[in-house]
Design a binder for this molecule. Sequence first.
Ligand SMILES: [Zn+2]
Length: 114
Amino acid sequence: MSECVFCDIVEGKIPAKIAHRDDEIVAFHDAGPQAPTHILVVPVRHVASVGEAVEADAGLLGRMLLVCKDLAAREGVAARGYRIVTNTGRGAGQSVFQLHFHLLGGRDMGWPPG
Ligand SMILES: [Zn+2]
């Protein structure tokens, strides 16, 4: 096991319900869902957070958003609306220090988020 639980999921060392996988991006259902649809979209390569991303990651970050869009459509939550969240740093609620986008859908959302 590495020190990063999401890298372990990407590498198949920890089981998860995989929703998408390609050369750059893996998506899997959150083990503690906060909405009827709650999928985590992560890069295959370890990047700690948006705060660690660099110019060369621009394409990766854009493709992660497009994976979120495609998953929202596939999960049937696109028409109602969905939320894509990434927490950056402990104070923002980041608890796993591997960049991940939360795709949340299937219920109405409040604003602002807590
Ligand atoms: Zn990682």
